[in-house]
Design a protein around this ligand. Structure first.
Ligand code: NAI
Ligand code: MG
Length: 361
């Protein structure tokens, strides 16, 4: 198979972890006889520095001409501390998602057995958790207009808008996924307060008529945030809007042990985009200690979802599993019991995973 992958490494630890994933995908290509052609393009702060824009036209064109996109993360503290900077790295991310029509962000929350005792959640609560999130990605409050400040800067407005069509298409994906799993779908909203949530709920409920085998529940976001750590096993598939999904999946990362373990796939058109759920992590950027597994697992999702290469994708997941079974830990998932010689930085993790890929079946 010959495929073109555009690599948008971005900023901070995005730059550090994405190279590892590209290397892993190259090894997979060699081992399974595929040719993956990687081309880098700019996004985020690095794109602003070079071109003045967070997502230049050249990046959009490169992504549209490729078969899949691998993304790191964007963001720099200089923007977080200065709201007056009008051109911002996150705009690049929102733009590329919109341009590629990626309305559905799929976030599987997989707990590797080895990390059962790493999480801050009790093992008996965690064991057996297996959730997949469908987060709406191109609508809601991150995109609605008006979004602006008043003249003297003392008032601000953002707009939470959803159309029936937008809700229906993401809900349909979630229902389809539920049909291949335990046939339970929980839709999360704030329908007791928000009109857009009432539309969301009605739309999901109406669509459920087409999926009589799927048991549908509706939950308010505040309750869902609590239920997710009280009893994560009650959930199978969760569908929710853009901001609620953003927040809930960071919380859900604690089920998997760390932000550094969670991959995501953004789909909706022919070209999928794959990225870890974490950001550019300025607190650890440049130190070479970021956990690259979230990015590497995003590479596995890319192979599976965009290219239909299930065996190749599974080989990567097995290598990660073996890495953990052998006792290796990046700093975010290390515990007091992790011996010095098993503590891995980003580069060491990449090397180990590459070695393991050669041996796992
Ligand atoms: P973050 O996800 O970058 O970091 C949150 C915490 O998790 C930090 O303590 C970080 O060190 C840790 N962490 C994250 N990924 C890790 C990994 N792979 N290995 C080890 N530890 C890891 O979120 P934060 O700090 O809220 O945002 C930082 C910047 O990233 C901001 O500029 C924000 O706008 C941007 N951001 C970008 C996203 C993207 O590109 N998709 C998503 C979220 C935030
Ligand atoms: Mg987030």
């Amino acid at each position: 198979m010959n495929k073109k992958i555009t690599v948008l490494a971005g900023d901070g630890i995005g730059l550090e972890v994405t190279g590892i994933t590209q290397n892993i995908l190259e090894i997979i290509g060699e081992r399974f006889g595929h040719s993956f052609e990687f081309s880098p393009a700019l996004i985020g702060h690095s794109a602003i520095e070079a071109t003045g824009e967070p997502c230049p036209q050249a990046t959009i064109d490169a992504c549209k001409a490729s078969d899949a996109v691998l993304l790191g993360a964007v963001g720099m503290p200089m923007y977080d501390n200065n709201p007056n900077l009008k051109v911002r790295p996150e705009q690049g991310l929102l733009k590329i998602r919109k341009e590629l029509g990626l309305f559905s962000n799929i976030r599987p929350i997989k707990l590797f057995d080895e990390l059962l005792y790493t999480s801050s959640i009790k093992p008996e609560i965690l064991q057996g958790s297996d959730i997949i999130f469908f987060r709406e990605l191109t609508g809601g409050i991150y995109f609605g207009t008006p979004r602006e400040r008043n003249e003297d800067g003392t008032e601000a407005i953002d707009t939470l808008r959803y159309s029936k069509m937008e809700v229906e298409r993401i809900a349909r994906q979630a229902f389809e996924s539920a049909m291949t799993r335990r046939k339970k779908l929980c839709s999360v909203d704030k329908a007791n307060v928000l009109e857009s949530s009432r539309l969301w709920r009605e739309t999901v409920q109406a669509l459920s008529a087409e999926y009589p085998e799927v048991e549908v529940t509706h939950m308010f976001i505040d309750n869902a945030a609590m239920q997710l750590i009280r009893d994560p096993k009650q959930f199978d598939v969760i569908v929710t809007g853009n901001m609620f999904g953003d927040i809930l999946t960071d919380e859900a990362s604690q089920i998997a042990g760390s932000m550094g373990m969670l991959p995501s796939a953004s789909v909706g058109s022919e070209i999928g985009l794959y990225e870890p759920i974490h950001g550019s992590a300025p607190d650890i950027a440049g130190k070479g200690i970021a956990n690259p597994i979230a990015s590497v697992l995003s590479g596995a999702l890319l192979l599976d979802i965009s290219f239909g290469l299930k065996d190749e994708s599974d080989a990567i997941i097995s290598a990660v599993d073996q890495f953990l079974k052998d006792g290796y830990r990046t700093l975010d998932i290390a515990t007091e019991e992790t011996p010095e010689d098993k503590r891995m930085n980003t580069e060491q993790t990449g090397k180990k995973l590459a070695e393991l890929l050669a041996s796992v079946t």
